[in-house]
Design a protein around this ligand. Structure first.
Ligand code: SF4
Length: 812
C-alpha cells in the first residue's frame, strides 16, 4: 500500500524530529515543493494525539501539500482523510500520509498546478515604478513616487509570503499600478488566478478600461483580464424565446414599442449584457428574460452554444486576472459555503485576492448576509407558480396528462385540491401580512423599528404573529405538495434538464428560502443578528420590509471567505483612524495582518486648507440650520460653482435646497440635489455646465472624482457621525457595551472619522489641484474627540480657525 518516494528526501529527518518531539503522536504539516516536486520546506501547523491531529487548512496555497503521519505505520487513508483530501484538491492543494520515521509517504492527492511558489523578483518589478522605468516611458505625466514604491514593495512581499496585508495608501499614491503589476507578474510566474474586488463601478472601469490597457503595453508578457458580472446581467436566450411567445400570444402587458426596442437590441447585441440597453426597462421585465442559475438548462439548453452568459463564463475561466465587485465576491463565497463546493461558485478557484476600496467590505458583507423579506419576493414566486396563463401549475396539469405510469388521478387531486387552493390562501395572506406590518410600524414613531420584547408584546404584533405563522404553514404545505409532484412526475427527468422539471426544482428551492425568511424574521431571536421593520416610500408607494443582518459581521467573514485564501491584500485610502488599524480588524474579523500606512504624495500644505468658522453654532443648536442656509447663500454666491456641499442627511439637504434654490437660481447658480436627481446625471451636469453646485449626501461622500478646477470648494456641513437611532447601530452599541467597550470610541467615532476622511479626499485629486474645505462643525476644535479627526488628516494640511466673513474673503 505505502509508496516510498524521494519526496521527503531533504526534510525527512527534520520531520521525524518533530514527530519524536510529540512522542510519536500525530502532527499536521504544511509543505512546499520545489521545482522537481520534492518537499523543500515544511511547517508544523498542529499537534494531536496518537490517532488524530487538528486539520488546520486556513491560509494554505494552491500547489502546497498537507502531510500528516499515521503513528500505526499503516498509510491507508481513513474516511476523514479522503474527505479532507477531496476538499483540499478543490483548492489545488495536495494531501499525503507518512509514517513516523518520515521515510515512507503515500500521496492521496497530488499538489495542483502552481505547486512551486515562484517568488517575485523585487528589483525587477520595482524598476517599473522608477524614473525612466517602463511606466515613465509609457505615461505622459508619470513621476517617481516613493509612496508608490513602498506600496508596491509591500505587495510583492505579500505575494511572496502568502500573507494578509492591510495597506492604507493615501490619494495619489498610484496604488492600482502598485498592486496590478506585482499581481500580473505573480500570475505570469505561477499561473495563479488573481481576483481584484472593488466597491464602485468607477474603479472597476478605471482598472479595466485604463490601467490594465496601459499595462498591456508596458509589460513584456501578455495577460487576460476580465470584468466579471453576475449572471443576472445577461440575457437568457431560452427565456427570451418564451417571453416572445407570450408577447405574440398577448399574454404579457408590455407595449409594442418596448417589445420592438427589446427585440431590436436582442438581434444586434454581441454581449447580451443589460448595461448596453439605452432605453427604459422595468426590473420586472428584465427579470423575465435575464439568466438565472436555478433556471438554467446548462449543456442541455438548445441555446447553450450561443449563450451570452456561458461565453462570458468561459472567458472568466481563461482569465489571469478577474475584476469583480464586493457584492459578487461575497455572493461567490456564500454559494461556495452553502453548497459546500468550490466548483459551484461564480468565480473559479483562487487563492490571491486584492480588495481595493476595502473600507466598505464590512458594510457590504453585513447587507449580504442578511435575510430581508420584501413583498415583491413573495409576489414574484407566486406569480411564477400560479399567477399567469403559462404558470408552472398549468404546465404541471399538462404534464400529468402526458406522464404514463404515474397515478394521474392522485396527481390531479393534489393539483386541484391542494396546490391551487393553498396558492390562493398564500395570495390572500401576502397583502394582509405586509398591511399588518405597516400597522405595527404605525404604532411607533419611527420608520425603522427594532423587533424586541416591546414590539413582540404589542397587540398588533400578536395579530401579525398569527398571520405569519399561517403564511409559513401554507408555504410549507405548498412545498410538500410541490415535492410530491416532483417525485412522481419529474424526478426521472432530473438528468435530462427538462424545462418544467427545472422550473419546479427552482420553485421548490425558492419556496424553502421564503419559509426560512418568514420564520427567521418572525422568531427574531438569533442573538448574532438584529431584526427590524422598515417602512419606506418608493415610487409613490409605501413599502415595508423585514430586515435581519449580522450585528458583528467580523464573526462570519473568516469562515465565509478569508480562511479559504492564502493571500489577501486589503487596500484603501481610508482604513485607519488616527493611524490605527483596530477598527478594520474588528470589521473584518481578521486577527493578524501585516500593516502599512502610506501618506498621500500631495503637498496639502500648498494645495488645500481646512477652514472652520468658529462664529457658527454647534450642529445640535436649533439655529444651526437657519444659519447654515444664510451662510451657504453668501458662500455659494461667491464661489458661483465648482462647489460640492456634503450633508449628513436628506432632511438637512432638502431644508437647505428648499431655502436656497430660488434665490441662487436668480443669481444664475443651479443646485444639483441628490434628492431630486440621479447621481450620474448630477455628475455629468456638474462636469459640463458651469455655475453648478452639488448638494449631496450618502454616496457623494466617496467615489466622486472631480479633478482640476471642476471642484475647488468642498463644504462639509457636519462631522458625519452615524445616525444613533438606526437598529443596526443600536445593536452594535449594545454588543460593545456587553463586551465592556465604549460604543462611542469603538464605533461611532471610527466610523465618522473614516467617512470624514472619504469626504475630505474628494477635493484634491492630483498634484495640480488646489482648493478649500469648509467644515461648519466647530466640534472638531471644541471637543476632545476632534483630535481623532485631525490626527487622521494628512499631516501637512493647514487647519484654520476662522470666521464666515474671512472664508468669503478667501474665495477668489
Ligand atoms: S444556457 Fe442557461 S442562461 Fe444560457 S440561454 Fe440556456 S438557459 Fe439561458
Amino acid at each position: 500500500m505505502a509508496v516510498s518516494r524521494d519526496l521527503l528526501a531533504g526534510v525527512g529527518k527534520d520531520i521525524k524530529a518533530e514527530i519524536d518531539a510529540v512522542q510519536g503522536n500525530e502532527i499536521f504539516i504544511r509543505t512546499q515543493l520545489d521545482e522537481a516536486g520534492i518537499i523543500s520546506e515544511f511547517e508544523v501547523l498542529a499537534r494531536g494525539n496518537s490517532y488524530s491531529a487538528p486539520a488546520v487548512i486556513n491560509n494554505l496555497a494552491a500547489g502546497e501539500m498537507v502531510v500528516h503521519n499515521h503513528p500505526s505505520g499503516d498509510l491507508t487513508p481513513s474516511a476523514p482523510d479522503i474527505r479532507l483530501a477531496a476538499k483540499l484538491a478543490e483548492r489545488d492543494i495536495g494531501f499525503a500520509i507518512i509514517n513516523n520515521q518520515a521515510e515512507q509517504i503515500y500521496v492521496v492527492v497530488e499538489a495542483g498546478p502552481g505547486r512551486v511558489n515562484k517568488k517575485l523578483n523585487k528589483k525587477e518589478i520595482l524598476n517599473y515604478f522608477k524614473k525612466e522605468g517602463n511606466l515613465d516611458q509609457e505615461l505622459e505625466n508619470f513621476s517617481e513616487r516613493k509612496e508608490q514604491l513602498i506600496t508596491a514593495e509591500k505587495i510583492i512581499d505579500s505575494f511572496n509570503q502568502h500573507q494578509i496585508d492591510f495597506i492604507e495608501a493615501g490619494t495619489g499614491t498610484g496604488k492600482s499600478f502598485a498592486y496590478l503589476i506585482p499581481a500580473l507578474f505573480y500570475n505570469n510566474l505561477n499561473n495563479a488566478k488573481i481576483v481584484v474586488s472593488t466597491n464602485t463601478i468607477n474603479l472597476q472601469e478605471q482598472l479595466v478600461n485604463k490601467d490594465l490597457l496601459i499595462l498591456k503595453r508596458v509589460l513584456d508578457f501578455d495577460f487576460k483580464a476580465v470584468l466579471v458580472k453576475g449572471r443576472n446581467n445577461y440575457l437568457c436566450l431560452r427565456k427570451y424565446k418564451n417571453f416572445k411567445q407570450k408577447y405574440q400570444q398577448q399574454e404579457t402587458e408590455i407595449t409594442i414599442e418596448l417589445f420592438e426596442e427589446l427585440n431590436d437590441w436582442k438581434e444586434n447585441t454581441k454581449t447580451g449584457e443589460k448595461s448596453e440597453i439605452d432605453f427604459q426597462i422595468k426590473a420586472a421585465v428584465w427579470n423575465e428574460i435575464a439568466a438565472e442559475s436555478d433556471l438554467c438548462l446548462k449543456t442541455a439548453c438548445p441555446f447553450y452554444n450561443k449563450c451570452y452568459f456561458m461565453q462570458a463564463r468561459k472567458e472568466v475561466y481563461r482569465a489571469d486576472i478577474l475584476i469583480v465587485n464586493h457584492h459578487l465576491l461575497l455572493s461567490d463565497a456564500r454559494v461556495k459555503v452553502e453548497t459546500g463546493s468550490a466548483g459551484r461558485g461564480i468565480l473559479p478557484n483562487f487563492n490571491h485576492l486584492i480588495i481595493d476600496e476595502a473600507h466598505n467590505i464590512g458594510e457590504i458583507a453585513t447587507a449580504h448576509l442578511g435575510y430581508p423579506l420584501y413583498q415583491s419576493l413573495l409576489d414574484r414566486w407566486l406569480k411564477r407558480l400560479s399567477g399567469e396563463k403559462n404558470s408552472l401549475l398549468s404546465q404541471i396539469r399538462e404534464d400529468i396528462s402526458f406522464t404514463i405510469g404515474c397515478d394521474q388521478a392522485r396527481m390531479r387531486e393534489i393539483l386541484d385540491k391542494r396546490l391551487i387552493p393553498t396558492a390562493q390562501k398564500i395570495r390572500d395572506l401576502i397583502p394582509q401580512y405586509f398591511k399588518e406590518l405597516q400597522d405595527l410600524i404605525g404604532e411607533f414613531k419611527d420608520k425603522k423599528i427594532t423587533v424586541n420584547e416591546k414590539v413582540k408584546n404589542n397587540a398588533v404584533w400578536q395579530e401579525f404573529f398569527q398571520t405569519a405563522i399561517d403564511l409559513a404553514a401554507y408555504l410549507k404545505n405548498e412545498l410538500t405538495y410541490l415535492q410530491i409532484i416532483y417525485e412522481n412526475l419529474y424526478l426521472e427527468l432530473a438528468e435530462s434538464n427538462d424545462e418544467n422539471e427545472l422550473k419546479l426544482k427552482s420553485t421548490i428551492g425558492r419556496c424553502q428560502d421564503l419559509i426560512k425568511r418568514v420564520e427567521f424574521n418572525l422568531a427574531a431571536e438569533d442573538e448574532n443578528y438584529v431584526f427590524w421593520l422598515e417602512s419606506s416610500y418608493y415610487r409613490g408607494n409605501t413599502q415595508v420590509v423585514q430586515k435581519s443582518v449580522p450585528i458583528d459581521v467580523g464573526k462570519f467573514l473568516p469562515d465565509l471567505i478569508w480562511s479559504r485564501l492564502s493571500n489577501i491584500i486589503f487596500t484603501s485610502a481610508t482604513i485607519t483612524t488616527a493611524g490605527s488599524f483596530n477598527y478594520f480588524y474588528q470589521q473584518t474579523g481578521i486577527k493578524q495582518a501585516a500593516e502599512l500606512k502610506v501618506e498621500s504624495p500631495f503637498d496639502y500644505a500648498k494645495q488645500a486648507q481646512l477652514l472652520i468658522p468658529l462664529d457658527f453654532p454647534e450642529p445640535n443648536k436649533k439655529e444651526f440650520l437657519p444659519e447654515l442656509v444664510s451662510s451657504l447663500a453668501a458662500l455659494l454666491k461667491k464661489t458661483t460653482g465648482s462647489t460640492m456641499v456634503l450633508f449628513t442627511s436628506y432632511y438637512m439637504l432638502n431644508y437647505c435646497y428648499n431655502n436656497l434654490q430660488a434665490n441662487l437660481e436668480d443669481q444664475g447658480i443651479r443646485l444639483l440635489a441628490q434628492s431630486k436627481l440621479s447621481r450620474n446625471y448630477i455628475l455629468q451636469q456638474f462636469q459640463t455646465e458651469s455655475n453648478t453646485v452639488i448638494f449631496g449626501t450618502s454616496s457623494f461622500w466617496e467615489g466622486v472624482d472631480l479633478p482640476g478646477d471642476l471642484l475647488k470648494y468642498l463644504v462639509m456641513v457636519k462631522l458625519p457621525f452615524p445616525v444613533p437611532g438606526e437598529p443596526l447601530y443600536k445593536a452594535k452599541e449594545k454588543l460593545l457595551e456587553k463586551q465592556g467597550l465604549n460604543p462611542f470610541f469603538n464605533l461611532a467615532l471610527p466610523d465618522a472619522v473614516i467617512r470624514f476622511r472619504q469626504g475630505f479626499g474628494r477635493l484634491i485629486r492630483s498634484k495640480k489641484d488646489k482648493g478649500l474645505i469648509i467644515l461648519y462643525d466647530r466640534r472638531l476644535k471644541d471637543r476632545k474627540y476632534g483630535k481623532m479627526f485631525l490626527q487622521s488628516l494628512p499631516d501637512s494640511c493647514p487647519v484654520i480657525e476662522t470666521t464666515q466673513q474671512k472664508i468669503i474673503e478667501k474665495i477668489e
